[in-house]
Design a protein around this ligand. Sequence first.
Ligand code: HEC
Ligand code: HEC
Length: 347
Amino acid sequence: MKLLASLLFLFGLLTPTQALTADGAKLYAQNCAACHGEHGSGGIGVPLALPAFHALSSEDYLRKTIRHGRPGRVMPAFVALSNADVDAIVAHIGSWNPGPFASYPTTRIDGNADNGSKLFQKHCASCHGANGEGGKGTGVTLSRPREQAIVAPALHNAGFLASASDHRIKAILMKGVAGTPMQSFLKKGLEEKDIDDLVAFVRGFEKSPLAGNGAGQPAADPVIVVESPYDFKTTIDNLKRAAETNNFVFIREQALDEGIVKPGQENPRQHIVYVCNFGLLAQALNTDPRVGLFLPCRFTIIEQGGKVKMMASNPKRLSQIFNNSELDEMCDKLTKMYQTIMDDATL
Ligand code: HEC
Ligand code: HEC
């Protein structure tokens, strides 16, 4: 029930709420503040209130970024907001700094992508990843090494590529984003021509498929079910042993309906077993604090019509809600572990 409540909360947090009139501040508070901070100073998401960010971003870039999101990363795609809502949010972001947003020509920049590729490995890969997959973790304050102030966004990302024009990418490389680790490469010694080559290389990411991305994949089964050849009690004993063999610690066992029915009236043939792998827990929380919602791991064991079944909600399915490819990998691993534990329990 706790998991369900948490998920509902999360949906409440992330689902765009329709407003009768487009009030930018309110819409921002409802849809963006949880990640980017109430005043745009950053959090799970990167800061949006920096003067440099304002000077480098066009309204078109902001509108498109809100619509497309960053599939496979944490930034959601806001498809349900009206155009007026999106405009109001952009205007609200604009109100944090004086002066207009940038405006860029939509023309392509010619460059030598092969040379750009070499420059990218030398100057960019350390932060943005060898394939532009972005830095690990999210935004400013969570799940990342403390020495790096802001996590480098994914450049090999359909949402980014569809939103940023060549000229915006060039401007960022020329000027850097003051107040973030992204520096001016003109100041770091590159020539304008090198920067054009880098832009051509980054644009080339469009030709290859998206970096690991749950979007578009068929939805995983919500629940993993394994039938047991043993009776109810033996199955539970086996499951606990299998969990321990697989480096999980047994936490507790309770009736499925404990706390829901009167004490003593619980169904004795429907139990939950809670287990935890603390190493994995630390690793998972480091990847994304929201995995706290899935934990501790629980198995439900039910005897019905003479058959005993073990069930677990599928972490892979849950992670698809979160739009974070790193978390997807983690949950994939967890799904396999659940499967192994339940299979071992049937041996
Ligand atoms: C669940 C967290 C989350 C929510 C909600 C969210 N964002 Fe983001 N946003 C992020 C993250 C994380 C990034 C960085 C992308 C990356 O790491 O690849 C980002 C990136 C962005 C960028 C690109 C920044 C840049 O440097 O160009 C903009 C613009 C943006 N978000 C605006 C918004 C707006 C406006 C809203 C509300 C309508 C919103 N975001 C809601 C997490 C979020
Ligand atoms: C020291 C780490 C670091 C290095 C090196 C670096 N970047 Fe960045 N980059 C960042 C960070 C952090 C941001 C996010 C800045 C912000 O919050 O606006 C960023 C932002 C960007 C953006 C804007 C992304 C968006 O979502 O709008 C582009 C494009 C970019 N970098 C390209 C490059 C290229 C190309 C190179 C190599 C020439 C490079 N960066 C080198 C850390 C780095």
